[in-house]
Design a protein around this ligand. Structure first.
Ligand SMILES: [Zn+2]
Length: 60
């Protein structure tokens, strides 16, 4: 089975992948997103992703 990589893409233009600390590919997209927010186009941001727990896992 092939699982889709955990990559984040710009929710505005779909560019990616983005780094975990990046929410948008560019400030421009961030501004666009903000504009939508102010416009009330978005719903409540109930999308809280848990912190990635990337520990060196092994067998044993
Ligand atoms: Zn973008």
């Amino acid at each position: 089975m092939m699982e889709p990589k955990r990559t984040r893409r710009c929710p505005i233009c779909g560019k990616g992948p983005l780094v975990p600390s990046q929410r948008f590919c560019s400030e421009r997209c961030a501004t666009i997103d903000l504009g939508r927010w102010l416009s009330g186009d978005y719903a409540i941001p109930a999308e809280e992703e848990p912190p990635e727990d990337e520990g060196g896992g092994g067998q044993g």
